[in-house]
Design a protein around this ligand. Structure first.
Ligand code: BGP
Length: 435
């Protein structure tokens, strides 16, 4: 509905920005760290390895304690994501998430983090974009399928089941070890639109929303498999096996909030049976027998072909909140673009300011729709390595002076969007005007 007067952002709203370890730190084999699956995956043609990234690790030695302490020193509240696409290669060799022991690996890892950082970190996110790991793992370089596997879909959803159980146990452990802390999931949520008012297109959109979105949030919040997804898995002989205690663990994991990454919406029409599963989330043609992906001609696109839908952000926020009634923090939202450093050390990125302004405007509309928002962390705080499109695809408020293969100075330069966002934060979202 059209609002006569917009509600303000909450007084304690968390304005932030995000990064991920493997994409920003570099030092991928330093101080005893072994390679992760990201270090051993096929690096896409023309993109750089992860040994340097933005060289963040070497700028904060004794790293994680210093990063947390530095945040607190400047009254910045750390939100820590426990797992972001970087399964240790040594555990990949033991079957990665296919191995039922992976649940214990993750819970033990959570215990170590809570013991070491729980005194200062009050907000925790479990698994970044578990739905992308499941739906487009090969694009991210994270899908590890055992030799001789004959039913990849079943194996993938068994891996997904182990992640869901691991998440539930980690949430319960967090509440047990850190009573004052809050924890939640962090999938990539995009509302899926039907391509027309043909009833069968709405069925396709419901299918895709369930498989892409609600499976993950229903499980995190209710500990139950979404019925449409379960039916899809039955249909494809891909129902996961429950191990002893799984059902109880799923029932006992309760998030305090919902984190999710938003980049755009999707559009589908009824399946015509020609769909190809997998592939990049923006380019796959859909799921066979479930839905057929189509482009949305009403939306602009980024230079990298991603659709831009700020109103879709409000749509998605309203839908998530009405389903789960938990506070929401946006853990990623941003524009990947080719930025240019000028001779006098400036980066003019009006396109990124426009993208973020329009999404923040729609977030405020959602707040006025009585969606409970607790924070917004655009991707990314500083330029870093894309999951599969290298350093050239820049997202940061801070420019890093390096190219794909020429490391240049690695010096940092505040972009125009940095100063703009500083003003947004200072006015708690009231002043979104240009600099
Ligand atoms: C999300 C990931 C981030 C980041 C972002 C941008 O899916 O959680 O790690 O990569 O997308 O995507 P890309 O790097 O593919 O441009």
């Amino acid at each position: 509905m059209l609002h006569k007067k917009l509600k303000p952002f909450p007084k304690d709203f968390l304005w932030g920005a995000s990064t991920s370890a493997y994409q920003v730190e570099g030092a991928n084999l330093t101080d005893g760290k072994g390679p992760s699956c990201q270090d051993v995956k096929q690096v896409p043609e023309g993109t750089s390895p992860l040994d340097v990234c933005a060289d963040q690790y070497h700028r904060c030695i004794e790293y994680y304690n210093n990063v947390i302490n530095e945040c607190l020193k400047y009254n910045i509240v750390p939100l820590v994501t426990m797992f972001h696409f970087d399964m240790p290669a040594a555990l990949d060799k033991r079957g990665s998430w296919s191995n039922p022991e992976s649940v214990d690996w993750f819970v033990n890892f959570a215990k170590v983090m809570f013991e070491n950082y729980g005194d200062r970190v009050k907000y925790w996110l479990t698994i970044n974009e578990q739905n992308m790991l499941t739906l487009v793992g090969p694009v991210i370089g994270t899908l590890c399928i055992p030799e001789g596997c004959t039913n990849i879909l079943k194996e993938t959803y068994q891996q997904n089941h182990h992640m869901l159980v691991a998440q539930a146990k980690a949430m319960a452990l967090c509440h047990e070890m850190l009573p004052g802390a809050k924890i939640g999931p962090a999938p990539n949520i995009s509302l899926i639109y039907p391509n027309s008012n043909k009833p069968e297109d709405t069925i396709a959109a419901q299918n895709m929303n369930a498989i892409r979105n609600w499976l993950y949030l229903d499980m995190a919040v209710y500990g139950k498999y979404n019925n449409l997804v379960w039916s899809y898995l039955e249909e494809n002989d891909a129902v996961p096996e429950f191990h002893e205690g799984d059902a109880e663990a799923l029932a006992n994991g309760h998030p305090d909030f919902i984190g999710f990454n938003y980049y755009s919406t999707g559009t589908v029409e009824a399946s015509d049976g020609t769909e190809v599963a997998g592939g990049d989330q923006q380019n796959s043609r859909g799921l066979p027998g479930v839905a057929h992906n189509v482009k949305n001609p009403n939306l602009m696109k980024t230079e990298f072909g991603w659709e831009i839908d700020p109103i879709g952000f409000r749509n998605t926020l309203r839908e998530v909140y009405s389903r789960y009634r938990l506070p929401i923090v946006i853990t990623e939202n941003g524009l990947g673009a080719y930025d240019t450093l000028t001779e006098d050390g400036k980066v003019h990125d009006p396109y990124r300011i426009t993208y973020l302004r329009e999404h923040i405007k729609q977030m405020r509309e959602a707040i006025t729709d009585d969606v409970e928002m607790m924070g917004y962390c655009p991707w990314s705080a500083i330029d870093l390595i894309s999951t599969h499109e290298g350093m050239k695809k820049r997202y940061g408020f801070i420019y890093v002076d390096r190219d794909e293969f020429d490391l240049k100075t690695l010096d940092r330069y505040r972009k125009d969007s940095f100063y703009w966002y500083k003003k947004v934060i200072a006015t708690n979202g009231e002043d979104l005007s240009d600099l």
